[in-house]
Write a protein that binds this ligand. Sequence first.
Ligand SMILES: Nc1ncnc2c1ncn2[C@@H]1O[C@H](COP(=O)(O)OP(=O)(O)O)[C@@H](O)[C@H]1O
Ligand SMILES: [Mg+2]
Length: 477
Amino acid sequence: MPDLIDDYRMLSGAVDTLRRYWSGRQVILLANQFTHSTQLLIDEVSACGATLVGVVTRPRRAPERDVPTWSCAERGIDLSPHEFEPFLSSPTDSLREWLDDIDPTQSCVVLGSIWTTMSHLCGRPVHGWRRPEWVAWEDKVRIERLWADLGIPSPRHVVMSVDDPGLREQAMALDGGRGVVMAVDSSQGVPGGGGKGLRWVRSPAEFDAALKSFTGRTRQVRIAEFVEGVPCSTQALALDAGIAVFEPAEEAMLRDPCSGDFRYCGTSTWWRAPDAAKDTIETYARDAGRRLDELTGYRGIFTVDGLLTDQGFLATELNPRGAGGLGFRPGWPEFPTYLFHRAVQENVLGIVDLPPESVQAAFRDVIARRPSFSGTIPLGTGPVAADVVRPGTGTRAYTTTPSGATVRYQVGAQTVRVVDVAPASADGTVGPLIAEFVGHLGHPGLVSFSDDSVRSTLASVERAADGKPAARTRGAR
Ligand SMILES: Nc1ncnc2c1ncn2[C@@H]1O[C@H](COP(=O)(O)OP(=O)(O)O)[C@@H](O)[C@H]1O
Ligand SMILES: [Mg+2]
């Protein structure tokens, strides 16, 4: 306990360091969209003593903000999210002039999102940008090399060119009865998290559709056996003196049995993974962080994502960036988590040189004392319960059926933000109750990891014809 008090003191000291660093600075924010996280970042900036002097945004300005704003949408520049950063890298004269107006001496610091990969905005430094050599490891094909080198198991898989005529045969060979998961690489840009670069394929028709949807989006394809297990993500922090690893969190990653899509609905720190599995995952995350440091000098938060199966943990991807669902803020709302992560990325002294063991202990304690769920879910196209569409700003409660758990949530324009759940399961998993809640929001039929009703016809077609083909696989089993 005395040690833990020291660990907490160390983190309080980190808050003072961040306040000293930011005090008196002027900030320009890049907002590709206005999310809850954008607001939290703005709040952290002012809590640390800096002043937000301008916002450059892709959509229309956020309502009720009294800060000079340059909006692409309001100026008739209609961009999709992935076009925002290329636009900022070669901005129009009108944006340049506007920036020079609010910041004539180019002394502002620019803050973007966890995805921002640009180092400067018209001569002003971006604080906490993602280096290209870091982004490269978010590639779901490339990462298999790192898993194999470090002996970190991943689902049985093959990697092939997207136009290889043998793809279909390999997919059939990998199907163990529940289908396969096909993933694109990042050769045409990182597809973004939340299932966007993946397709669950359970029939020849779905295979054809997946391949068609991959055309022009990837050079290589990873085909992996679909494995049963709890989807999970473990966050860790690469510091100068080593890696702090936090506990595995459950990802409420739902599946659409009709389309084969994965839908990310949030992350929960209520889950209590078995101790042995936790220890193994901690070792994997620390090894991965060390290797990332050796290869790229990585600093900051990263996640190791995968599934906890009956045969142990199988890794599916590494996110070398901040990610949602750390679960720290509910336990210590005043701690500027986003600026802390960015300070580590930027090697700010007094932060990047903190002792990893102490950071690990204090973070774990804060997260475990106040388990939480963080997730924002768009309204679906199916029937939505009347209380969800009723206007109002308060927090509402819904009791899920049949699991009888309580979900507390707030309703936005097109989305619902879950502020709390009270899981009823023995191990604290929330996937099944989130699937029930999501049905209430107009997404009927989505299922969680606990549903094993869908069978694949992919391999059985081939088996009926001439026996099971052999896969040229790597990975577990
Ligand atoms: N081989 C697999 N078998 C079963 N589910 C998988 C497999 N690969 C990925 N998934 C599912 O997809 C989810 C997201 O995978 P992940 O690799 O983290 O990609 P991303 O976060 O970019 O969507 C996992 O949480 C899991 O539910
Ligand atoms: Mg992931």
